[in-house]
Ligand binder design. Structure first.
Ligand SMILES: [Zn+2]
Length: 290
C-alpha cells in the first residue's frame, strides 16, 4: 500500500479501546522491522522519526535526512498490505512543512518551550496546511521531558492541564493531542507511573484522540489502563533500540572475528521485529488492519 493517513485507525482505536503503535526508526533495518511486524500482526502501524534520527540519517543534514526517510518509508509501506503511516516526531514548524512537502502522512509540531498562545497559533496554522493535504496533525500540550540520558527534575515536569488541553483542542483542530501524564522520553527501565486521574479529567473534556510519548519508561499496567481510558497512539522508541542493539552486542560477543555487517544487522532486525510484534499485540492492534 502507499503511505496512509492513519487517522481513521486512530479514531477506530479510540472507539474500541486499543492503540495504534508508533515505532521510532533510526536505520533502514528498523524501518523494515516495523512494516514486517505490522504485516505479520495484520495491524496498522506508524513509522516514526525524530529530529535526531533525521540528523543521523542525513549525516548532519536534516533535510537530507527527511528526503532519505521519505523515500525509504514509501518503499517500506509499499512492500506490505497493511496501512503504514510515516510520521515526523517533535518537528519544528519548518521541519513539519518540509516533511509534508516530501510525502510524510503524519506530522507532530513540538511547541515545547513556547508560551501556550504561541504554541496554539502555530499549531492552528500547521493544522490548516496539513488538513488541506490530507495529513494527520499531532500537537502537544504540556511537556514530556527529553533528558537525553541526563538527570532531570521530576518536580519541574509540566504535566498537561485539563483546561489548557480543552482550550487547545478546541482552538487548533489538531487530529491528535500528545499529553504529559508523568512519562519521560528515553528511560531504559519501566520506573514511572502515569497520572491516570489527570488522563480521566482530560478525557472528560477533550474528544481529540490522545497520544502517549515515552512509553518505554511506563509500567505495562499503566499503559494498558491508559489505553482503555483513551490513549490511542502510543509511541515506542527506547525499547526497540534496546532489542536492536542487544542483538548486535550478542552476535559480536559470540564472534569477535565477524566483519560482515549483514550478520549482526539481520539479528538486530529480527530482534526488532519480535519486539514490535509484542508491542502491537500488547496495544491490542493485532488483526485491526481491515
Ligand atoms: Zn516524544
Amino acid at each position: 500500500m502507499t503511505l496512509q493517513n492513519v487517522y481513521p485507525w486512530i479514531l477506530r482505536a479510540q472507539k474500541e479501546g486499543w492503540a495504534v503503535g508508533a515505532f521510532n526508526a533510526n536505520t533502514l533495518e528498523q524501518v523494515q522491522a516495523i512494516v514486517i511486524a505490522a504485516q505479520a500482526e495484520h495491524a496498522p502501524a506508524i513509522i516514526q522519526v525524530s529530529r535526531r534520527a533525521l540528523t543521523y540519517i542525513g549525516s548532519d543534514n536534516e533535510i537530507q535526512g527527511l528526503k532519505y526517510i521519505a523515500a525509504i518509508g514509501k518503499v517500506a509501506a509499499e512492500s506490505v498490505t497493511v496501512p503504514i503511516a510515516l510520521h515526523l516526531d517533535h518537528g519544528t514548524e519548518s521541519e513539519v512543512l518540509q516533511a509534508i512537502a516530501l510525502g510524510f502522512t503524519s506530522v507532530m509540531f513540538d511547541g515545547d518551550g513556547l508560551p501556550f498562545d504561541k504554541n496554539l497559533s502555530i499549531t492552528k496554522r500547521l493544522c490548516n496546511t496539513a488538513h488541506s493535504l490530507g495529513i494527520c496533525m499531532e500537537a502537544e500540550v504540556g511537556e514530556v521531558p527529553k533528558p537525553d540520558g541526563k538527570e532531570y527534575d521530576e518536580s519541574a515536569i509540566e504535566l498537561t492541564q485539563p483546561d489548557e488541553a480543552a482550550e487547545f483542542a478546541k482552538a487548533t483542530d489538531a487530529d491528535t493531542l500528545a499529553v504529559a501524564l508523568g512519562s519521560v522520553h528515553g528511560l531504559k527501565a519501566k520506573t514511572v507511573s502515569l497520572d491516570l486521574d489527570r488522563l480521566k479529567e482530560i478525557r472528560s473534556r477533550v474528544t481529540t484522540p490522545l497520544v502517549l510519548h515515552g512509553s518505554s519508561g511506563v509500567s505495562d499496567k499503566d499503559i494498558k489502563q491508559g489505553v482503555s481510558m483513551g490513549l490511542c497512539k502510543v509511541n515506542v522508541a527506547t525499547q526497540l533500540s534496546q532489542a536492536f542493539t542487544g542483538a548486535v552486542r550478542e552476535v559480536l560477543r559470540k564472534n569477535e572475528e565477524l566483519i560482515d555487517p549483514r550478520k549482526y544487522l539481520v539479528a538486530a532486525r529480527n530482534a526488532q521485529i519480535e519486539i514490535v510484534r509484542k508491542r502491537i499485540r500488547f496495544l491490542g492492534a493485532s488483526g485491526k488492519a481491515k
